[in-house]
Design a protein around this ligand. Structure first.
Ligand SMILES: Nc1ncnc2c1ncn2[C@@H]1O[C@H](COP(=O)(O)OP(=O)(O)OP(=O)(O)O)[C@@H](O)[C@H]1O
Length: 267
């Protein structure tokens, strides 16, 4: 199925890989997890474990299990799956934020992760954040100056008044998410990863964002989108990876995978 799908990747016919995931496993180590019961045997076994170098209450969560795929330039890839299936974890691994316990992630170009929690400075105004965000993405001051109006217009922050000159902490969560998306979308990315960002804006903003994702694809980047909104996935992605319990259940053209997912989950 992956082979069929790869044909869709690039209109020019040249398929350039941007991300290769090779048998990726991600394991979280959770400190302070509840141990066993309070019986003497459980306590003894905990002491024995500690002697082996494992501390009390430490547990491992195997969040991504042996995921392999190759992403190409010009693709927009949706990640779907039920809650806790490993979508955000996989995205963070592609971004290089989580080291695989086993396997490798190879990326061609700089991956940028745009999550609803992407860091902007709450005490600073929206205006300052546009500048700092642009600089953090490697844009020059000139480029930022040129794109400034466009970023603010895209975000729609100023539609109801002069909010861009107020501190970010005064924004609603939807407004803040829109500004984050607008800043990130101002640059053409090699690999752009979006985690649920579209779900926070209103419908009008979602449509604008989806349009921008299609444009980013045209500029030869690869976009990954994690979303529970099948509508957004359908409108933006040409390929979908379906994860369940950390495993890649299906990888293929959007229609095919979404159909199977809906059949399975009844959504
Ligand atoms: N920081 C963390 N520490 C420990 N376990 C974690 C951590 N983050 C996620 N997990 C676990 O990893 C598994 C996958 O979580 P992940 O957030 O990747 O799923 P998801 O598919 O993005 O879920 P959702 O759709 O609910 O956002 C879950 O079992 C979760 O409990």
């Amino acid at each position: 199925m992956a082979e069929d799908n790869n044909r869709l990747a690039d209109a020019s016919g040249e398929r350039i890989p941007t991300v290769i995931a090779d048998d990726v496993h991600i394991v979280y180590t959770v400190n302070g997890a509840g141990g066993g019961r309070g019986s003497a045997t459980a306590a003894l076994s905990r002491i024995v474990k500690r002697d082996k170098g494992e501390s009390r209450g430490m547990r491992k969560v195997h969040a991504v299990r042996g995921v392999s795929f190759t992403a190409y330039r010009g693709e927009a890839i949706g990640l779907i799956g039920t809650n806790g299936s490993g979508k955000s974890t996989l995205l963070r691994a592609i971004a290089g934020l989580l080291p695989p316990a086993k396997g490798r992630v190879y990326t061609n170009g700089q991956p940028s992760l745009l999550g609803v929690n992407a860091a902007l400075m709450n005490e600073l105004t929206g205006e300052r954040n546009v500048i700092l965000g642009g600089l953090a993405m490697g844009m020059s001051r000139e480029e930022i100056k040129e794109r400034y109006e466009e970023i603010v217009d895209f975000s729609g922050i100023n539609e109801k008044g002069d909010f861009i000159t107020l501190p970010m902490r005064t924004y609603s969560s939807g407004m803040a998410a829109r500004l984050r998306f607008s800043i990130a979308a101002a640059k053409d990315h090699d690999v752009l990863m979006i985690d649920e960002a579209l779900a926070t804006g209103d419908r009008k903003f979602q449509i604008r964002s989806e349009e921008r994702i299609r444009e980013l694809r045209k500029h030869a980047g690869t976009v990954f989108l994690v979303s529970h909104s099948i509508g957004s996935i359908r409108d933006t992605c040409n390929r979908v990876l379906w994860l369940e319990r950390g495993e890649l259940l299906m990888d293929g053209p959007t229609d095919e995978v979404v159909k199977a997912y809906q059949k399975e989950t009844g959504r």
